[in-house]
Design a protein around this ligand. Structure first.
Ligand SMILES: [Zn+2]
Length: 204
């Protein structure tokens, strides 16, 4: 795939649904002077974060191999799942309780374009084969994939991020959660437009 096809901003599906963050003034004021600003600055303004001694941020993202968070040692916890949704990892709230107990109060939830989890239905035979090649009995592999496919599959990356944000917002009321959308072509972070509306509606 040509790299320009991995641009979220140039995509007809995503381009009108996300807002670029091209300078510090594009950030919601509540993110300024926080680890979320540092993280955005590292990705969008080429301003590397200095490592510290205490964890400051939790980054939640997809397992996606074409995205790598730009963070130094001793800055962030990182939880990565297929699709980037903690709701799919049983017991993930336990890890959250640990991270909160360590003092982290900021979470960056990162969605991305061209997510493999939007292609699960057509990819299912490959998933079954991958397990069979590892010695799984075929019926067991098929059942396992069928049972999990629906849970992990998503129709749309931006809608999925919105649902997961709202779920997390309910569960963890006193942390700052920043939903961000990364364009795989550039690794630049964007704000989903639904979040801009949400902030106005909630006066949150
Ligand atoms: Zn993904």
């Amino acid at each position: 795939m040509d790299r320009s096809q991995l641009s979220a901003t140039q995509s007809s599906r995503f381009g009108t649904r996300i807002t670029p963050l091209t300078s510090r003034t594009d950030l919601p004021p509540r993110w300024l002077e926080t680890p979320i600003e540092d993280f955005i600055a590292a990705h969008n303004f080429d301003k590397p974060i200095e490592g510290g001694t205490e964890p400051r941020l939790l980054i939640v993202s997809c397992i996606e191999y074409r995205f790598s968070p730009s963070v130094p040692h001793s800055f962030a916890y990182v939880m990565r799942t297929a699709g980037g949704r903690l709701s799919h990892e049983s017991g993930s709230e336990f890890a959250l309780s640990y991270i909160l107990a360590k003092g982290v109060r900021h979470i960056a939830m990162i969605g991305h374009n061209d997510c493999g989890m939007t292609k699960v239905p057509q990819f299912k035979p490959n998933l079954v084969n991958a397990l069979v090649e590892q010695g799984w009995e075929e019926t067991k592999a098929r059942t396992f994939i069928e049972e999990n496919a629906e849970r992990f599959a998503m129709d749309d990356e931006i809608d999925s991020l919105e649902r997961e944000y709202k779920r997390m917002r309910e569960l963890f009321k006193h942390v700052e959660i920043a939903p961000l959308f990364v364009s795989l072509a550039s690794s630049r972070l964007h704000i989903p437009n639904w979040f801009l509306r949400y902030m106005v509606e909630q006066k949150d």
